[in-house]
Design a protein around this ligand. Structure first.
Ligand code: PLP
Length: 372
């Protein structure tokens, strides 16, 4: 199986617009010397995304700070029902706001929050539900939002993986009371580092203003600082990257779909390998290629080690689960007993390489590791 390679095949590669397009935009920054603090590129990207999502948008330096400041802007207190099957950022944003995360288990078939398990976790302290569209698998939004409505609590999505997706034609970013998206270098769409909050100012008057001010130290006027804010502004180099990359996003999603389809074809009928379920009413961005390996057929860690030794680098996303990370061990209830489905998934999932120009022959080669 081992082949000589010049460089390893990583789980993803940053998608970049042609250099000349970026150069053209950033050249102007040397003339204007306006390189941060909500400059023209910041405003242009914000406008494009607002149109794309059909909702209000506020840009941030990254997705994590967008979520942290969104929770602060909503002035939440108490418990937040969330999922452990995610990147630690989701939980960190909750805890760093002085809120208590309450872990809800996920669905075996797609790894998203299991709506059947939410109501048992709701207490008088519950102030929000924070599900994650993990791997771009859109949550059971209707069921989750019906539960939230019944109890009068908001739904805030971590949509870091769901850029550009739609459900029944509606942008996924526009679901819930608000959503956070990430434009990190490794995500479906990037602005080097970056992120945004997508929300509905009509339903939450004043939220746009609070988000805008919180990301700039809470400054509300030349001589007034009304909020204990931070610094989470997107700079002009990032915004320019976002502008040029946005032009190419549809092609990239289409190219990744070809890679995804090849995996699906190669792996169909392979015993012990399960591809997570996708919804029929969603158009996906195909940024991730997670497979779940049945321990009766494969030892996930051994498969991983073998591939890495051969220069193919999948990832064990999401392992360990958040509740098993050092900083939460003993603080949050143990994953094995509290969220057994997520626990099992984390021990058997492997996220395979996928990016627009991944050669289909490489996909075939990777799938070769699952032949018995
Ligand atoms: C990437 C990611 C984040 C954080 O976004 P950054 O832009 O990297 O700060 C949050 N949640 C999830 C699920 C992510 O994958």
């Amino acid at each position: 199986m081992k082949k000589e390679r010049r460089s390893p095949i990583l789980v993803t590669r940053s998608s970049l617009a042609p250099f000349e397009e970026y150069e053209e935009l950033i050249r102007k920054l040397w003339d204007t010397r306006f390189i941060t603090n909500m400059g023209p590129y910041h405003e242009e990207l914000k406008k494009s995304l607002t149109e794309m999502f059909g909702r209000d948008t506020e840009l941030f330096v990254n997705g994590h700070m967008a979520l942290e400041m969104l929770l602060q802007a909503l002035d939440l207190k108490g418990e937040v029902i969330t999922t452990p099957f995610t990147f630690v950022s989701t939980t960190h944003a909750i805890v760093r706001n002085g809120l208590t995360p309450v872990m809800c288990d996920v669905k075996e078939e797609d790894g998203t929050m299991d709506p059947e398990k939410i109501e048992a976790l709701i207490t008088e302290k519950t102030c929000a539900i924070l599900p994650v569209h993990v791997y771009g698998h859109v949550c059971d939004d209707e069921k989750i939002e019906a539960i939230a409505k019944k109890h009068g609590i908001p739904v805030i999505y971590d949509a870091a993986h769901a850029f550009g997706e739609t459900v029944n034609g509606t942008p996924v970013a526009a679901l819930g009371d608000a959503s956070m998206l990430s434009f990190h270098a490794t995500k479906a769409f990037n602005s080097i580092e970056g992120g945004c909050v997508c929300f509905d100012e009509k339903k939450q008057p004043g939220l746009a203003d609070r988000l805008y001010k919180l990301k700039n130290f809470g400054i509300t006027g030349k001589e007034s600082i009304e909020y204990v804010g931070g610094n989470a502004k997107m700079n002009e180099f990032s915004a320019a990257m976002g502008i040029v990359n946005l032009r190419h996003f549809p092609q990239w999603a289409a190219a990744r779909k070809k890679v995804y389809d090849r995996y699906a074809e190669d792996l169909s009928g392979v015993k012990g390998v399960r591809i997570l379920r996708k919804r029929d009413d969603v158009t996906y961005n195909y940024a991730y290629m997670p497979v779940v390996l049945d321990p009766a057929y494969f030892d996930r860690d051994k498969v991983y080690d073998t591939m890495v030794a051969d220069g193919i680098c999948p990832r064990k996303y999401f392992y360990p689960l958040v509740n098993d990370c050092e900083c939460y061990r003993g603080v949050l209830p143990a994953a094995e007993t509290e969220t057994p489905v997520a626990y099992r998934l984390s021990k058997t999932v492997l996220t395979l390489p996928i990016y627009p120009d991944l050669p289909l022959e490489t996909v075939d080669e990777i799938c070769g590791y699952f032949e018995k």
